[in-house]
Write a protein that binds this ligand. Structure first.
Ligand code: PLP
Ligand code: MG
Ligand code: MG
Length: 631
């Protein structure tokens, strides 16, 4: 019988890991970026598990968001996790399962072939053992004929050792029935004491029903119960697994992107790209697109009064679409420029021959609101729109949206906001915040895939744009709005896979909420800036000017520092860093946007710290010793 259900036992408290990992279940320990349970979910899903029962206990809330992102995961909670053993957790899972199952522990890191071995075998009840790991805390298995006889952490109680218990098993429903029976008998005799599923229940029933022990002498795996196990897995097991499982595409390795988008995505968002082929003109797709657009609109207001208009292309396409579609002939666009993206608005307007007034403050500099007020007063009879970049990703400066919106209201200007790298991390309500057009894309704080931008517009502002001469054909914003309204389709080919990933990203955003996302980015940002300061780096902007989504870091003007060398050192370790813009002087940029958290930042700082120390040490000035002894 084939197996399509897995049970992950994740209720334990992980007491011995407290020093490394406080307040979270140990299945959420990260190894090279991925959590242990997240990695298991990914592998189990890849191996065809339709149902994965995750038994939670200690700090269960941490698993809820994760589980919600996986349609095949169900949570079962063991509220007596602190006083019951692993058999009680397995028993609860079996309440909702009547199939053959894979059973695995949450604190395991293992080669993916582990699952292959258990799923491919013809035998129904199998325990997997490996050769010696010397990891400490081993469970030894006695099985002289290849059938389970006994297992124990105390080697002296066994007459022989066949291998080490890995913690991944395949059980038939007949075997689990017997194990539950043994558990009931145990409960009757001992009340609610501790019973382990493997060393107690399984060992008891293996005399009634044979359990095969499959020995895989060279299997790479590790259980993480304490800090030394974690080091062993991070330093020796995971790198070897990565090498074996493909160096080229490295499907197993999660890259932590500290460039400001395209951002690191969750595994579930990556998985959403794989879907049945579909013609984007079919209902199955247009319904999905409509749902995604409504949910995008809901993030900035009431979907009855504002609309998400997809622009197929990168973020700049949406900037160009708005600039080229909304300003009537004879009126002009005021552009606020204090960085590269303000500059880009101006370059677009110039190329499209949209009349513009650029108000420049200098790269990275703050906007002088009083001076802007006077400038706008002087442009009153000509200007109709004002464009500003909310988060200037070129420097990390957050421009003051509410002050600018007030000025726009005062001077009767329609406000266009490039919120490319702030939307979904900072709440914006089009109506309340006085924004008519908000521009963003799927691959930044919304944490989807690159290739799709969008404009979130107030419907009244779209109506006012009618009659403006569209300066482009493909990027005609009003035409796209009308076409979607009447046909449900985009004017030109829509990318179903990117929209599918965006749909999943939206689900994950709705679960996390924008304020939750802001809090996560904040925690990463605090860890990052503190770590950078401890390593002696200086930041370009003061903390009150900061978006807290990206920092620009000054390059140390010292012989040991070289950006490219640092970049390459970090990239081989899974971290991508980003150069600064020339206008900021010698700098580099680090962003916390995307599906990363403070734990990734800690790992990054360890890698960066190692680079700094190595380079400093190798560039120590040579000491001249003048007291040479005569020969
Ligand atoms: N505007 C801002 C504020 C950005 O950060 C970016 C990209 O980083 C863009 C516009 C341009 O987006 P894209 O490179 O996707 O065209
Ligand atoms: Mg253990
Ligand atoms: Mg354990």
């Amino acid at each position: 019988m084939s197996v399509s259900t897995a049970i992950i036992l994740a209720a334990g408290m992980g007491m011995r890991l407290r020093s490394e990992h406080t307040g979270r279940p140990k299945g959420l320990v990260r190894v090279h970026g991925d959590t242990l349970v997240g990695r298991s979910l990914r592998l189990l899903s890849r191996f065809g598990m339709d149902r994965i029962i995750l038994v939670t206990g200690y700090e269960a809330a941490h698993y809820q968001a994760m589980a919600a992102a996986w349609p095949n995961v169900e949570l079962v909670h063991n509220d007596r996790y602190a006083t019951t053993g692993s058999m009680a957790s397995l028993d609860l899972a079996l309440d909702v399962v009547d199939d053959d199952v894979l059973v695995l522990e949450s604190d395991l890191y293992y080669e993916s072939r582990t699952l292959d071995l258990l799923l491919a075998t013809k035998v129904e009840d199998v325990v997997l053992v490996s050769g010696p790991t010397a990891a400490g805390d081993e469970v030894w298995v006695q099985a002289p004929t290849g059938q389970l006889q006994a297992m124990s952490k105390d080697r002296s109680t066994l007459s022989s050792v066949f291998g080490e218990f890995v913690g991944v098993c395949r059980f038939s429903r007949f075997l689990t029935k017997r194990m539950r029976h043994a558990f009931r008998a145990f409960q009757n005799a001992h009340g609610h004491g501790m019973m382990s599923y493997e060393t107690d229940a399984l060992v008891q029933v293996c005399t009634e029903q044979p359990v095969t022990v499959h020995l895989e002498p060279t299997l790479l795996w590790g259980e993480i119960d304490d800090a030394s196990h974690l080091r062993r897995v991070r330093d020796t097991i995971a790198p070897r697994v990565a090498r074996i499982e493909g160096q080229g595409a490295r499907p197993g390795r999660r890259e932590v992107l500290l460039n400001p988008g395209p951002a690191t995505t969750t595994t579930t968002v990556k998985h959403a790209l794989i879907m049945p082929d579909i013609c984007p003109r079919e209902r199955g797709y247009t319904d999905k697109l409509a749902d995604v657009l409504t949910r995008l609109a809901r993030l900035v207001g009431d979907p009855d009064s504002c609309t998400a208009i997809p622009i197929i292309g990168s973020g700049t396409a949406a900037m160009e679409s708005v600039v080229g579609s909304v300003v009537h002939d004879g009126r002009s666009l005021v552009i606020i420029d204090n960085g590269n993206y303000g500059d880009r608005f101006a370059a677009i307007a110039q190329r499209l021959r949209v009349e513009q007034h650029v108000v420049s403050y200098g790269w990275g500099k703050p906007i002088d609101i009083e001076a802007l007020d006077r400038t706008l007063a002087s442009l009153a009879d000509r200007a109709s729109h004002l464009a500003v970049v909310h988060h200037e990703t070129s420097s990390g400066r957050l421009n003051p949206l509410s002050s600018i919106a007030s000025l726009c209201e005062k001077h009767g200007l329609s406000l266009i906001v490039d919120a490319m790298s702030s939307f979904a991390a900072i709440s914006i309500d089009l109506q309340k915040d006085g924004v008519d057009f908000l521009i963003s894309s799927a691959n930044k704080c919304i944490q989807g895939m690159a290739g799709l931008a969008f404009v979130l517009a107030r419907n009244t502002a779209i109506e006012r744009a009618r009659g403006a001469r569209p300066r482009g054909y493909y990027l005609d914003l009003v035409a796209q709005f009308d076409h979607i309204r009447t046909t449900g389709q985009t004017r030109f080919t829509s990318p179903p896979q990117i929209v599918s990933a965006l749909e999943q990203a939206l689900t994950e955003l709705e679960l996390e909420t924008i304020s939750g996302r802001r809090a996560r980015y904040d925690a990463s940002y605090r860890a990052l800036t503190q770590g950078l300061k401890e390593l002696g780096f200086e930041l370009l902007l003061g903390s009150n000017e900061q978006s807290r989504i990206l920092v620009t870091v000054r390059e140390p003007e010292q012989p040991w520092f070289d950006f490219d060398t640092m970049h390459d050192h970090l990239l081989t370790r899974g971290f991508t860093v980003y150069p600064g813009k020339p206008a900021g002087g010698p700098t580099f940029r680090l962003s916390v946007l995307g599906a990363i958290d403070e734990f990734d930042i800690h790992d990054f700082l360890v890698a960066l710290g190692a680079f700094v120390r190595e380079r400093r040490a190798s560039y120590k000035p040579l000491r001249m010793d003048h007291r040479l002894t005569p020969e």
